[in-house]
Ligand binder design. Structure first.
Ligand code: TGC
Ligand code: FAD
Length: 390
């Protein structure tokens, strides 16, 4: 059953090019045929549908805006955005699978690795033959990644890597990890670490009530020998990992709109069909207030994402502008999901409808890639010039 209609109240589609609409339509069809039929069951069982990695590669969801010769899709940033939106309409966890692979694994290798390392890994990552993960967060270094303890020590032709990463999307199924660690001088270095190397392990984190269709784990390094050619030559500070986050956060600003649209669509239909007190519940003012506010906020978020995309295409989107987009749009989606849950009454807590799944997922999305409050402080620092973090 095709329940979903596209909602474009302000005609934002006028701002998109034909290529964007074609990419969006292709991903939407794929989500309908491959994700929608299995996602409630996967989330209920807490099993990542890893068979979808290949399909994600085929539809061009890995690095849509990276060059084709480096495994990407050769499209622009708005195409990347609309693809993330359609994936997250399916499930935030499916979008995570793609965000991590494209923006947090392929992008840093493309941007920072030596030519030989790019050639070695990027085509296989783009085709889904290899799955990657991104290790920045640690048990004691979340919002403040600069306090990381994972470290490397120079050992001739290699570095010896020790430490542990926490909350790493895809790590238990990954073939390689982009890892950030401090060197002997305390400088942040980045490197590609293969999962098969001695001393590498990636235990799964169990018991999540959120992103249940996405697999999350730790990364543990015990004297892992990382050949020097796998270390990014020119990365010496947090700017390395944070630049990757900008890329992923931008995609999430679009992705969250997809989750919100799915919740809104379901709530709108339910409000027209469900009768109480002899009337459709959509005829009550309180229900209309919820729906009217939802579509207003979705429309504003669409414009914000589109504008960020236009700036990103020119290479002008600042990290602080991207923070504004990630924070606003994810919070918007979470509020929409909560209101949609109310409109569905008791049915809203079941897997008959996508609402509770989206709502629970968004509780992770509002925390990862920089929490809601960290992004507020980034905006606060940008407008005042004062750093309120530490
Ligand atoms: P700070 O001194 O502000 O910055 C260090 C250097 O980095 C530069 N910079 C950025 N560059 C590019 N993009 C950005 N977004 C940047 N933000 C900062 C900055 O200019 C500076 O450059 P330089 O040359 O002077 O060294 O660093 P700080 O230690 O004070 O930290 C600032 C803070 C708190 C904003 C930052 O650490 C932060 O963003 N914290 C949040 C951590 C976070 O977002 N973690 C995400 C982990 S990955 C993840 O969650 C993946 S989920 C994936 C999924 O499943 O989809
Ligand atoms: P903390 O940093 O401990 O924050 C706890 C609370 O304190 C938050 O509300 C925060 O806003 C607040 N706080 C912290 N500092 C300040 C301050 N200065 N002022 C005001 N409030 C503050 N990381 C990766 O590296 N790779 C991944 O692939 C990845 N995937 C993830 C997948 C999932 C499902 C989840 C849940 C997380 C993932 N993360 C990943 C980690 C994620 O980025 C962190 O959870 C996030 O950055 C927050 O860190 P923390 O959980 O340690 O919270």
């Amino acid at each position: 059953e095709d329940r979903f209609q596209y909602h474009d109240y302000l005609g934002v589609d006028d701002l998109l090019e034909d290529d964007h609409k074609m990419a969006r339509a292709a991903v939407r069809d794929w989500v309908k045929s491959e994700v929608s039929p299995i996602i409630e069951d996967a989330a209920m069982r807490g099993k990542c549908p890893t068979h979808l990695f290949k399909g994600l590669a085929e539809i061009g969801a890995f690095g849509p805006s990276l060059p084709v010769e480096y495994g990407g899709g050769g499209m622009d940033e708005i195409a990347y955005g609309v693809i993330m939106q359609e994936l997250e309409r399916g499930d935030s966890g499916i979008r995570s699978m793609a965000s991590v692979q494209g923006s947090l694994v392929m992008y840093p290798i493309y941007k920072y690795a030596s030519e030989a390392t790019k050639k070695k890994y990027l085509p296989k990552l783009g085709s889904g033959e290899f799955i990657g993960c991104f290790g920045l967060t640690e048990p004691d270094a979340g919002s403040n990644p600069g306090s990381m303890l994972t470290n490397v020590v120079d050992d001739g032709d290699a570095y010896i890597l020790n430490g542990a990463k926490m909350w790493i999307t895809n790590s238990p199924v990954a073939d390689l990890a982009v890892v950030w660690a401090k060197d002997e001088e305390g400088k942040v270095r980045g490197m590609v670490v293969e999962a098969g190397w001695k001393g590498f392990s990636a235990p799964e984190i169990h018991g999540k009530w959120s992103l249940r269709a996405s697999v999350t784990g730790e990364l543990v390094f015990e004297d892992v020998r990382v050949p020097k050619e796998n270390v990014f030559p020119d990365v010496n500070s947090l700017r390395g990992p944070l630049s990757c986050l900008s890329k992923a956060r931008y995609g999430i600003a679009w992705g969250a709109i997809g989750a919100a649209l799915d919740c809104y669509d379901s709530a709108l239909r339910y409000s027209q069909e469900r009768v109480q007190f002899d009337k459709p519940i959509g005829s009550f003012q309180l229900t209309q207030k919820k729906l009217a506010e939802m579509i207003t906020e979705i429309s504003k978020a669409q414009l914000l994402a589109w504008r960020l995309g236009t700036l990103a295409n020119r290479g002008e989107a600042t990290p602080a502008q991207i923070s504004m987009g990630k924070r606003n749009n994810v919070n918007m989606a979470l509020q929409v999901a909560r209101e949609a849950r109310q409109i569905h009454g008791g049915m809203g807590i079941t897997s008959e409808y996508p609402i509770m799944r989206h709502m629970a997922n968004l509780e992770s999305v509002v925390t990862y890639e920089g929490t809601h409050d960290i992004h507020l402080l980034i905006t606060g620092m940008d407008v005042t010039g004062f750093n309120a973090f530490g």
